[in-house]
Design a protein around this ligand. Structure first.
Ligand SMILES: NC(=O)c1ccc[n+]([C@@H]2O[C@H](COP(=O)([O-])OP(=O)(O)OC[C@H]3O[C@@H](n4cnc5c(N)ncnc54)[C@H](O)[C@@H]3O)[C@@H](O)[C@H]2O)c1
Length: 437
């Protein structure tokens, strides 16, 4: 216990050293917040480009400024390395590695497992380990704990272990790492208490729960809630399409209800590292217990069918103009999975691109945040959005509604637009050249 009492004192005095494994969308902003609070922070990442980015104070994450990195580098409070030996000196270690899906749509735990093995080789008395990666309930108890106790250390007595889900929304300036409440579940009450003390020094509000499992489930409830509600509103969009009703107008009116309704919006499908994958972690875990997560399966089915719906719309608007999809030039406006970010992971734009090319379309794309990308096995560059480029297309598809695109200009020059984001809400939507989802 003496070692943990020491740790509590070091956290209170900000002299505790904090190690962050994985310097991505989650890890880098978190490392920066702790360093800003006076902790000495070491980021560990296998990707040398990310280590170099931090070392040279060049931010590669939208929500972190290079100016902040420069200041923290100069103060000596933030450094990055690829060497796991740095873990020995850390008082707290926070794991922020990816948790993708395998091709079989099962959890791919290799990143958590390998980070855990590196910690297990070096774990010592007086350390606090926190997992932040989104994962199925039970991971902290079943995967991390056995590895860390293998050499005889006892959790809650010699070292502490907790789960605290990351809820960051990249590109959202209103809710940030510092202001989003942090749910924390430790393996023992002492673990929860120490993790609360650590996060409480850099984050406005901490929310304790009774176990790591509960904290893991909180995150999956939140993201399953989003995936299922988006699935529902996508189905309503498909229904409205058949009934000739503008789904966007329906939602705008429905959201005037001051209670019992929360607006979700349809779109070309879901993307990013979280919403498509996280519910599958839960579905997989519960399937092992002989239960089928039906809402998750249904929402996944509907959300994954949206790219096909978009491509059918494109074919329909071209047909109305006496054109075939085969041989038509189709410009995808936006590749990123959501507005104002350059993250293309699991973006529905790639499914739309694949389906369009399978049906013979010539593809182009413009995305101010994505200068180049591999589409259907070929690396392409974002084209300049000029009047002549737009005039030479047969159809423009608004896939992502980035704020820094001049949509009025696009409307003036494109022959026809399929708008999956209701970007052309208001008067221009009556234009016969804009067709909505
Ligand atoms: N991106 C988001 O919006 C978001 C939001 C909430 C939660 N999450 C969750 O947070 C976790 C991290 O997501 P992310 O978006 O930051 O991922 P990311 O891919 O941006 O960053 C992960 C980093 O971890 C590094 N890495 C992988 N294995 C490693 C290892 N063994 N040791 C050291 N470094 C390693 C990678 O090189 C990468 O730089 C995931 O579980 C994700 O589901 C992400």
């Amino acid at each position: 216990m003496a070692a943990l009492t020491q740790l509590a004192k070091r956290i209170a005095k900000r002299s505790a050293r904090v190690g962050v494994i994985g310097l991505g969308y989650v890890g880098l902003p978190l490392a920066v917040e702790f360093a800003k609070e006076g902790f000495r922070v070491t980021g560990i990442d296998l990707d040398p480009r990310r280590v170099k980015g931090v070392t040279r104070a060049r931010s590669y994450i939208l929500d972190v400024s290079s100016a902040d990195l420069r200041q923290l580098r100069r103060s000596g409070r933030l450094r990055a390395t690829s060497s796991f030996d740095a873990l020995r000196q850390q008082d707290a270690i926070i794991i922020c590695v990816p948790t993708p899906l395998r091709k079989t749509r099962e959890p791919d735990m290799q990143y958590i497992v390998s980070a855990t093995q590196e910690i297990a080789k070096r774990v010592r008395r007086g350390q606090l380990i926190v997992l932040e990666s989104t994962t199925y309930p039970g991971t902290t108890d079943e995967v991390i704990l056995p590895a860390l106790t293998a050499r005889g250390l006892k959790v809650g007595r010699d070292f502490c272990l907790a789960f605290s889900p990351e809820r960051i929304d990249p590109g959202n300036p209103t809710h940030t790492t510092r202001t989003i409440p942090k749910v924390i579940g430790g393996l023992t009450p002492r673990c929860t208490q120490l993790a609360m003390a650590l996060y409480g020094s850099a984050i406005h509000r901490t929310v304790p729960v009774s176990s790591a499992k509960v904290a893991e489930m909180v995150k999956l409830l939140e993201n399953t809630f989003r995936a299922v509600n988006i699935g529902l509103v996508n189905e309503i969009a498909l229904i409205c399409d058949r009934l000739g009703i503008d789904v966007w107008e329906v939602i705008e009116a429905a959201r005037t209800k001051p209670f019992g309704f929360m607006a979700f919006y349809p779109g070309p499908g879901i993307g990013g590292h979280c919403i498509p994958s996280d519910p599958m972690y839960l579905a997989w875990k519960v399937r092992v217990h002989g239960y089928e997560a039906r809402f998750i399966e249904l929402a996944t089915q509907i959300n994954s069918s949206m790219p096909e719906h978009v491509v059918n719309k494109v074919a329909q608007v071209l047909n109305d103009r006496r054109k075939a999809l085969r041989g038509s030039r189709v410009l995808l406006l936006g590749l990123a999975y959501k507005k104002d970010v350059g993250d293309v992971r699991d973006s529905p734009a790639f499914d739309i691109a694949r389906l369009l090319e399978e049906r013979g379309a010539d593809l182009l794309y413009h995305d101010p945040f994505v200068p180049s990308a591999e589409l259907n096995g070929t690396v392409r560059r974002s084209i300049a959005l000029t009047a002549s480029a737009l005039r030479q297309t047969d159809c423009v598809v608004v896939v992502t509604n980035h704020s820094n695109v001049d949509y009025g200009f696009v409307l003036r020059h494109a022959p026809v637009i399929v708008d999956t984001r209701n970007q052309y809400a208001g008067p221009p939507r009556r234009s016969r050249r804009v067709v909505k989802l």
